[in-house]
Design a protein around this ligand. Sequence first.
Ligand code: GLU
Length: 377
Amino acid sequence: MADRKAAARRLSEARRVVVKVGSALLVDADKGRLNRHWLASLAADLVRMRRRGQDVIMVSSGAIALGRRHLKLGSGRLKLEESQAAAAVGQIRLAHAYKELLDEHGVTVAQILLTLGDTEQRRRYLNARGTLNTLLALGAVPVINENDTVATAEIRYGDNDRLAARVAQMVGADCLVLLSDIDGLYTADPNEDPDAEFITRVLEISPEIEAMAGGSSSEVGSGGMQTKIAAAKIAVGAGCHLCIAKGAFEHPLTRIEEGARCTWFVPSSTPVAMRKQWIAGTLRPAGALTVDDGAARALLDGKSLLPAGVIRALGRFERGDTVSIMGPNGAEIARGICAYSDADTARIMGRQSAEIERLLGFRGRDEIVHRDDLVLL
Ligand code: GLU
């Protein structure tokens, strides 16, 4: 138990937490109604974490399960158009429930519906990331689901486990909790094999670990242990801890913090270190920015690069590409992700950030390379 409490600090001490809840927890399987009482206890947990200064993001399933009942679509397999319609009807009810429950605590809810393209295409990924970061900075709790109404079979996640992992990676979360109808990973399916052993900690997702994940056991949601392992690979690869825990209790997050049994996937690095490693490892930066003396000193002090400090831009690059940053003598001093394309950089370099909107016709970031996106060499 002491061990479990120590492990639980990964949740209580995380800076940024993503919590995914499955349909089976949110929606009553017989009646197809929202488990409001349970959701209220989860909302109270989220509020407690926010008050403690943690950023929290919800990835919530349940739209299709709720909508199908409302549309009286029966319990069989839905056609694509039917699940799209069910999602449209269910999502509004789901979002409304989150809003009402968090409103009671004075916490603002923001709904974000993502499609696969929003996480896989660089430009859209950066946009979604920017919006999420802004919402968190403003104190809101984003509630995310896949945009099932427009997603088609070929271009959708279909399960929120992997979507949640991509969101965790996108926002540099240090902890992702998958609340499920099972308390974690077993060596075999515990419903079929009485000798199945529980696994509390996974340090490496080996082929043996992957082999332990059988098919999906829940009838309401789409994710099984396989999608959870796939999610764990993404999360751990981004330096994020992932916890699979049983959610069918009131205050499910408090329970984890108190040492409830769950499986932790442990990464070997932190999100910031992983991100910086990735930037430093870019084989071929798309371009280069030469900076003046003052900007070079500011970078060495851990500051961001502002347009005012850039004296020359070379190469063809898009917003989001990695560029080299050269000191006035031409030596590479840093690498970072540029917030502007080469053409826009040419227009704003040497100018004050307050002039960006007038020069470009849109209000971009104040920093041309933000310090979180930058590594000194
Ligand atoms: N996005 C789906 C929904 O809201 C759920 C996907 C899943 O079960 O993981 O109904």
